[in-house]
Ligand binder design. Structure first.
Ligand code: ADP
Ligand code: MG
Length: 680
């Protein structure tokens, strides 16, 4: 039974619409809109014992008269100083002029926030505050849940709506009591109360343990159930063929790991059901050769193959390499992207339909209806974490149960991968091609800009090329400390007037991007200024250095991907990460990159530091989003839940027993949003 949002206290149509934009459609779904984090106001410190970047409360008096200044239209600043007798702190509120009357000189308040500045001169920006008595010495609300709010919503509005929902909704328990007893978990109602209006952090932990368990259990159980439904038989049966001619044409020896992955793929494709395999290998480990070998195998067996790349640049690059390779065997390779001209496109599609094309390389332009294969036998998705499950599913429809190979550079720990992909088999390429040198990484501040520039000059003099990555395309209005690609190029042109400097970013037309990429590949441009458009796949062997500006604005795995663009030949490569941020978590993140080149290590660290949210992208993997569980931190719960799921599945595979009935409905609901998932 669903309760409309407008039944909740204080929610009218406008606010309900704001909640709907967050995917919250009724009071019940609001209950599973969990806080993103908590502020623990109960930890109160003296100002004198606070270290920079501490988050805590202080109880302090306002010692200067609050002043409100209007810097310009849209920028009001309220400033005053507070003291608790041990030290002072400057407080600033931006764009909340109405707060001016909330603070009176001489009065005492509780302030909570993240302290910045240094040990002596503390500063606080937009802190939480409440009026307090010295005698009371504490916050009226010791634990404050923090929700992600969207447009048209405030923390206060979400909190009040959630409280109202907790009071109003009938919470239906779906977990059988024998499981709750076994793992000593609270009831659903208790758990929801604990995470939404806790009195202390221990309560939060207890409540979360139950909700995390639920998510993992349902995910596992759902996957078990799906797997049993997917007993399809292969639409593209294959038998062994001679592979030596292909291997001989590569011009290098495959690494053992590549050979193993190819053999695993071939063995799948000779089996009775379609291959469903994930090839995981760090950037530069040579995944392309593995997919090419399997395409060759499928083509030799009489099938057509297709490779889908996430970007046009990458599709082009694959096309150039593979058309040369496959051409030697008289196999026809075509390229289809969003910018393929109409006339050419018609020809390509006809050849594909008539079965003349053996290998089709495409972007998601492949996914439109009029693209028809004669006999698609193998579909390869490159760099899949960039590629939605839905799109993959649509692509699979292009054939009759074709084999599927997914390639990813994101080295997800194996247990997590199984959890996410469920029924995918996994091949791991865990060694690099020989002769590869580890890219040397240096983490510097912009004070060392002079050295960085002379380093660039030296590399250019050696005839080498490099990338410079900026977080923004153009105009860093309001963010003066952030480099944007366009003005950074102007700066560098002055420093290196004799050098052709290219520029590539996401706002350019595909043809323009192509042109820039071509110039860089041919060596006409020696430096390529880029945004993250070059993050995936680009392979230019002569590029030996990369400078990443404002590195603090990128995630760890993303930085690792970017860095993977260099170090692809056998020359020593360098990556310089520039950042002036001093926040400890940023510094830690960037140091990880400096100290290891191991993508697996980095992925683990990234999970630890940021949680899996960013890591897996929202719905990209096509499974229910984990709202509360953190795959990295909760492995104990993960295992308990998986174990339980397995037990339930064994004893009651279709969840027909009475005690599993509500659970079954819950799981069906959860998975139904992703009907298009290839896991179906
Ligand atoms: P990724 O796994 O990041 O997709 P690529 O497939 O682009 O990596 O390969 C990176 C580079 O290494 C390519 O230039 C490729 O030609 C080369 N390469 C791949 N396998 C080998 C090998 N076994 N020996 C030498 N070079 C190889
Ligand atoms: Mg690749």
């Amino acid at each position: 039974m669903k309760t409309p949002l407008t039944k909740l206290k204080g929610i009218g149509a406008t606010r309900a619409a704001a909640f709907e934009r967050l995917g919250i459609t009724d009071a019940e779904s609001l209950l599973s809109y969990y806080p993103r984090s908590y502020e623990d106001h109960s930890v109160i410190k003296n100002l004198s014992e606070i270290a920079p970047y501490d988050s805590c409360s202080v109880i302090a008096s306002v010692v200067t008269t609050p002043t409100l200044s209007r810097i310009r239209k849209g920028l009001d600043i309220l400033r005053f100083t507070i003291s608790d007798g041990t030290a002072t702190c400057k407080v600033t509120y931006f764009n909340q002029p109405y707060l001016k009357n909330s603070f009176v000189k001489g009065e005492t308040y509780l302030f909570y926030g993240r302290f910045e500045g240094n040990f002596i001169n503390h500063t606080l920006t937009n802190p939480y505050f409440e009026k307090t008595d010295i005698e009371e010495e504490g916050s009226s609300q010791p634990i404050k849940p923090i929700y992600t709010v969207g447009k048209g919503l405030t923390q206060k509005a979400v909190v009040s709506a959630v409280h109202s929902a907790l009071d109003m909704c009938e919470v239906e328990e779906y977990m059988p009591s024998y499981i709750l007893d076994k793992y000593k978990l609270p009831s659903l109602k208790e758990a929801l109360d604990a995470v939404h209006r806790p009195e202390n952090m221990a309560q939060v932990k207890y409540g979360r343990s139950r909700l995390i368990f639920d998510e993992f259990l349902m995910l596992s159980l759902g996957l078990f159930m799906k797997k049993s439904q997917s007993g399809r038989s292969s639409g593209a049966p294959c038998k062994m063929v001679e592979m030596a001619p292909f291997y001989d044409s590569l011009g290098y020896d495959l690494t053992e790991a590549q050979q193993r992955s190819i053999n695993e793929g071939i063995s799948d494709m000779c089996g009775v059901s379609p291959m469903n395999r994930l090839v995981q290998g760090d950037v530069g480990s040579g995944k392309t050769a593995v997919s090419a070998a399997l395409c060759y195998f499928a083509i030799k067996n009489g099938w057509q193959s297709a490779i889908i790349a996430p970007t046009e640049i990458l599709a082009k690059q694959h096309y150039e390499k593979l058309s040369a390779l496959f051409g030697k065997f008289g196999m026809k390779v075509s390229l289809l992207t969003g910018s393929t001209k109409k006339k050419e496109r018609d020809e390509i599609l006809n050849a594909l339909k008539d079965g003349k094309t053996d290998l089709m390389i495409a972007t998601h332009a492949l996914m439109v209806e009029d693209v028809v294969f004669d006999r698609l036998g193998l579909l390869v998705c490159d760099e899949q974490h960039r590629f939605g499950v839905r799109q993959r599913a649509a692509a699979v429809q292009k054939g009759n149960s074709p084999h599927l190979l997914v390639m990813s550079a994101t080295p997800i720990p194996r247990t997590l991968a199984l959890m996410i992909y469920g029924d995918l088999e996994i091949s791991v390429i865990d060694t690099m091609p020989p002769g590869r040198r580890v890219t040397k990484t240096h983490y510097v501040s912009s004070k060392q800009r002079g050295q960085v520039n002379s380093f660039i000059r030296k590399k250019l003099n050696d005839g080498e090329q490099g990338y410079i990555v900026c977080p923004l395309v153009e105009g860093s209005d309001g963010l003066p400390e952030v480099k944007d690609a366009v003005s950074h190029r102007d700066e560098l042109k002055k420093l290196f007037p004799d050098i052709e400097i290219g520029l590539i970013h996401g706002r350019m037309k595909p043809a323009e991007k192509d042109e820039e990429m071509k110039k860089f590949v041919s060596g006409e441009s020696r430096i390529l200024i880029a945004t993250t458009v070059i993050e995936v796949g680009v392979d230019v062997k002569n590029a030996t250095f990369m400078i990443i500006e404002n590195a603090e604005r990128f995630g760890l795995s993303q930085l690792h991907q970017l860095r993977g663009r260099v170090g692809r030949g056998n020359k020593q490569s360098y990556c310089i990460i520039v950042s002036d941020h001093e926040a400890p978590d940023t510094v830690e993140r960037l140091k990880v990159l400096e100290s290891t080149a191991d993508g697996f290590e980095i992925a683990k660290k990234d999970l630890e530091l940021r949680g899996p949210g960013d890591f897996f992208g929202s719905r990209q993997h096509g499974l229910p989003t984990l709202r509360i569980a953190d795959m990295a931190g909760d492995t104990v719960t993960l295992h308990a839940a998986q174990e339980t799921a397995r037990e339930i599945y064994r004893s009651d595979p279709d969840l027909e027993k009475k005690e599993h009935k509500i659970l079954k409905t819950k799981i069906q609901e959860l998975f139904s949003v992703d009907k298009a998932s290839i896991l179906n």
